[in-house]
Write a protein that binds this ligand. Structure first.
Ligand code: FA5
Length: 347
């Protein structure tokens, strides 16, 4: 046999071997091995190519052409097999070792204010209250006028207001300064008797410090019926705060002024830390200020469409952040909206 024929035969044999081996390959690693075995630097194939230097020019051309076409063929074959193997499911590679310790999952949770709001809603619904809602972008009528605060009323200055640009100069648009707008919204569409709470976000155009924010939350309560009185208010408030702080809470009311309530009061609870004896949290007075409340002013009923003198009701508006601060002993209201995860993660 001539040298040329011998080389050709070897090349064809290598091709046959490669075809069979590639056909049998079960995973990508095997293909990579075959690539080295058949076309790598130390392979028989490359050995044959090296021998070409010892043959005549014509032989070199013929054998060279065959060698090239075989090389391309093997390469293509390997490539195709590699593709089909990597896209098919490899049970061995995919197998899950259930004994490996799991990676710790980082799990998010509700914001402390949302948690507090949910908690408050649960307590009140268990006492037969409904949850009501109203717009944060509100008109002057529902935020002020209907709450017995006409345009020139000095009480409007009590709540620094963000005014929005609006065409209607008679009924301008504001970011609501309290949740009391929901009182009007609810009464416009419902008839007594009812009891509601309305938690929500509100806005005041004021500088922030450790106890004041420009954007914060209140929850309004409104109970209206034929014979609602201050005693009902005290009872509901005491029940709520005892459940909320999970201890017996005493309450006290002091005279105050709000245009939408008559009489109006400031509302205090016995210190949640010392129970009334006096400590640093309550500055030794034994009481903590919670918010404003009162018996609904008849003008408010009239503005909402009820007849004057027919119903009585009580209302309050308490700061949600202030309650959360008392419950969790948080010293600065600005933590809530800081987005600082070190703070948020504690809840
Ligand atoms: C009001 O907003 C009345 N609408 C409350 C009310 C409703 C009285 C119904 C009577 C009947 P005041 O502006 O005082 O009232 O705010 C109520 C509570 O919101 C405060 O007691 C306090 O807890 C909280 N609060 C007020 N201003 C801020 C502030 N800048 N940052 C955080 N909390 C505040």
């Amino acid at each position: 046999m001539t040298n040329e024929n011998m080389l050709k035969e070897k090349i064809v044999k290598i091709k046959q071997e490669a075809l069979t081996a590639v056909e049998k390959a079960k995973n990508v690693e095997e293909i990579l091995q075959l690539e080295i075995q058949f076309l790598g630097r130390k392979s028989d194939f490359v050995g044959i190519l090296r021998q070409l230097k010892d043959v005549s020019v014509e032989e070199k051309r013929e054998v060279g052409q065959l060698a090239n076409s075989v090389k391309v063929e093997i390469q293509t074959l390997l490539e195709e097999k590699k593709k089909s193997l990597s896209s098919s499911f490899d049970a061995q590679a995919e197998k899950i070792d259930v004994t490996i310790p799991a990676l710790k999952m980082r799990q998010g949770h509700l914001h402390p204010l949302t948690k507090i709001q949910n908690e408050i809603e649960d307590i009140f619904t268990s006492m037969g209250f409904e949850i009501a809602d109203g717009p944060e972008v509100e008109d002057e009528f529902h935020n002020f006028d209907a709450l017995n605060m006409p345009k020139d009323h000095p009480a409007r200055d009590m709540q620094d207001t963000f005014w929005l640009k609006s065409e209607n100069k008679k009924n301008r648009i504001v970011l609501r300064t309290h949740t009391s707008n929901v009182q009007i919204r609810y009464m416009e569409t419902h008839q007594p008797p009812f009891r509601i709470i309305a938690p929500g976000r509100i806005y005041r155009n004021e500088a922030s410090d450790s106890t004041h924010e420009h954007t914060f939350h209140q929850f309004e309560a409104l109970v209206v019926g034929d014979e609602i009185n201050v005693g009902n208010f005290k009872f509901v408030a005491q029940q709520f705060f005892s459940k909320f702080f999970k201890k017996e809470i005493q309450i006290r009311i002091r005279p105050s002024f709000f245009p939408f309530t008559e009489p109006s009061f400031e509302f205090d609870i016995s210190c949640t830390i010392c129970g009334g004896k006096g400590c640093s949290a309550c500055k030794n007075v034994g009481w903590l200020e919670i918010g404003g409340a009162g018996m609904v002013n008849q003008n408010v009923f009239v503005a909402s469409g009820y007849p004057r003198g027919k119903y009585q009701g009580f209302a309050w508006g308490f700061g949600l952040e202030r309650l959360a601060m008392m419950k969790y002993k948080i010293d600065d209201i600005r933590h809530f909206h800081s987005g600082d995860l070190r703070f948020i993660k504690q809840f």
